[in-house]
Ligand binder design. Structure first.
Ligand SMILES: Nc1nc2c(ncn2[C@@H]2O[C@H](COP(=O)(O)OP(=O)(O)OP(=O)(O)O)[C@@H](O)[C@H]2O)c(=O)[nH]1
Length: 235
């Protein structure tokens, strides 16, 4: 006798199948203190410039669900502390299972640009080499009168490290930088570009709580449902 799906409780009808799991792309955002990492990640996840920010302690974690080619994907942005004293106890944790790296400098602050090789080196030391998609973001291009890092020199640096360059502003994401990527909303385009690239590579990591094995305590938050903030308990 044939057994239909509905007659047989153990069978896998469509209704019985678990809902498809959402893939998560973990993207870490690194660079000197004050370059605007918090503002960029907040802009992408909460859709606006934060009213105020404080120095990140440990790492702040924000995420946003997007749909790419019909698939729902969670983009998880790890906004890392730029200040060394707020980083050291957390560094090993946020370099784990990273899918992409966004290096940020402040194009009104030449020192933040000169620090980039050290940030790239830190990634290398945590086994994140050129096989992991990386992009370079020059932030604060709304402050045109204060620019210290020209597009040419930034582009040369990006080319020499095989990274695309974006110049943008977390404050006014429609302002046009001199970089080679122009869009009506740069911040949106930057993170969506990374997500498209990752989707085309089909990484295998599936939905899971962020670093659930790591003991983290709630820290400061700049607000918004899309934003969660974590600091190291010992900081
Ligand atoms: N004009 C302008 N100011 C910005 C922009 N992005 C950030 N800022 C300002 O720069 C300062 C530092 O921004 P944050 O986002 O906190 O910098 P951060 O890189 O997260 O700093 P740490 O947490 O210390 O690593 C704040 O006063 C922001 O308001 C921007 O695009 N344009």
């Amino acid at each position: 006798m044939a057994v239909s799906g509905s007659d047989f409780p153990g069978s896998l009808t469509n209704a019985a199948l678990p809902p498809p799991r959402t893939r998560i792309f973990k993207i870490i955002v690194i660079g000197d203190s004050g370059v605007g990492k918090t503002c960029l990640t907040y802009r992408f996840c909460a859709g606006r410039f934060p009213d105020k920010t404080e120095a990140t302690i440990g790492v702040d974690f924000r995420e946003r669900l997007v749909e790419i080619d019909g698939e729902k994907i969670k983009i998880q942005l790890w906004d890392t502390a730029g200040q060394e004293r707020f980083r050291k106890s957390m560094v090993q944790h946020y370099y784990r299972n990273v899918h992409a790296v966004v290096f940020v400098y402040d194009l009104t602050n030449a020192a933040s640009f000169r620090s980039l090789p050290a940030w790239i080196e830190e990634c290398k030391q945590h086994s994140l080499g050129t096989e992991v998609p990386r992009i370079l973001v020059g932030n604060k291009c709304d402050l045109q009168d204060s620019v210290q890092v020209g597009t040419d020199v930034a582009q040369q640096f990006a080319d020499s490290h095989s990274m695309p360059l974006f110049e943008t502003s977390a404050k006014d994401p429609n302002s046009q930088g001199g970089g080679n990527h122009r869009d009506s909303d740069h911040v949106e385009a930057i993170f969506m570009t990374v997500a498209h690239k990752l989707k085309s590579q089909k990484p295998l990591v599936l939905s899971q709580p962020p670093e659930s094995s790591v003991s983290l305590s709630m820290g400061k938050d700049v607000g918004g449902d899309a934003s969660r903030s974590w600091g190291c308990g010992s900081c």
